[in-house]
Write a protein that binds this ligand. Sequence first.
Ligand SMILES: Cc1cc2nc3c(=O)[nH]c(=O)nc-3n(C[C@H](O)[C@H](O)[C@H](O)COP(=O)(O)OP(=O)(O)OC[C@H]3O[C@@H](n4cnc5c(N)ncnc54)[C@H](O)[C@@H]3O)c2cc1C
Length: 267
Amino acid sequence: MKYHYAESLEDALALAATHPDFLLMCGSTDVAVTLKKQKTVKGIIDINALDELRYIDRSEKEVRIGALTTITEILEDEKIGRFLPLLTAVSQQFASRQIRNLATLGGNIANASPAADLTAVLLVLDASITLGSTEGERTLALKDLFCGYKCTKLDHEIILSITIPLKQHTWYYRKTGVRERLNIAKAGLAVIKSSSGYAVSGTSLTPYAVRFKQVEQLLNTGEFSEESLQEALAQDISPSGSFRSTKAYRMRVAYNMLKEALSKLEA
Ligand SMILES: Cc1cc2nc3c(=O)[nH]c(=O)nc-3n(C[C@H](O)[C@H](O)[C@H](O)COP(=O)(O)OP(=O)(O)OC[C@H]3O[C@@H](n4cnc5c(N)ncnc54)[C@H](O)[C@@H]3O)c2cc1C
């Protein structure tokens, strides 16, 4: 297997264009697992040196986070704690300190796992992402990036940054797992309520990260019963049974979390 160490963004973009079948690697917390399972990876493009993609900026309207920013950097950032406390809460429950020190926000998104906690939360926050290639840059809504289980529409592109619009909101986040720490979610739910209504997403409840449209629509009518809520959720989620937990468990926990979220956010 070949290994390329990109010295600069320009270098990384050129390598990604000339080696479209190579795997990008940043913190390597997911790539290390991929390499163990998939023996067919032809080469690696290591982008870990691109320090220009490690930053957290805030303007009046938005927060922009460089794709190589680690979960520890998000967790410890004062601006995030103040303006996007939901991101801080998720980062607190993310893996272990060692993993958080390596894992990047861009990697969490690009890996397109249904269990990616930050990705689900960025969806409810209406985040967009900016991608780069030798052709230039493009920005798209995060919700438009995914095309299926572990599938993205990245076209030999590198995620450069993630932009989160700032708006007043209240939030709920919960994740369940076998332990209190170092948990890949059995199920997780992120809900925000703002002047535009409810936004809902979750982890390990759908094949890939999506917004729960039926639930959102129902909640935004302001009139719902236990039955209608359960029906809407059943239309939005399709958890699989896995070694981590059963489908029935995930359905039930998701519903209980949703009720808990509403009791907090409707209060
Ligand atoms: C023990 C353990 C516990 C974990 N716990 C959690 C958890 O609690 N919650 C959670 O959500 N995840 C968890 N993870 C998963 C993992 O840590 C995250 O998904 C992490 O954010 C990935 O970032 P990375 O920099 O390590 O990505 P890498 O492993 O380097 O890359 C992951 C994927 O993203 C691509 N990629 C990386 N950076 C970019 C970029 N800038 N542009 C385009 N593509 C890119 C790579 O090609 C690869 O396909 C855990 C993993 C482990 C091993």
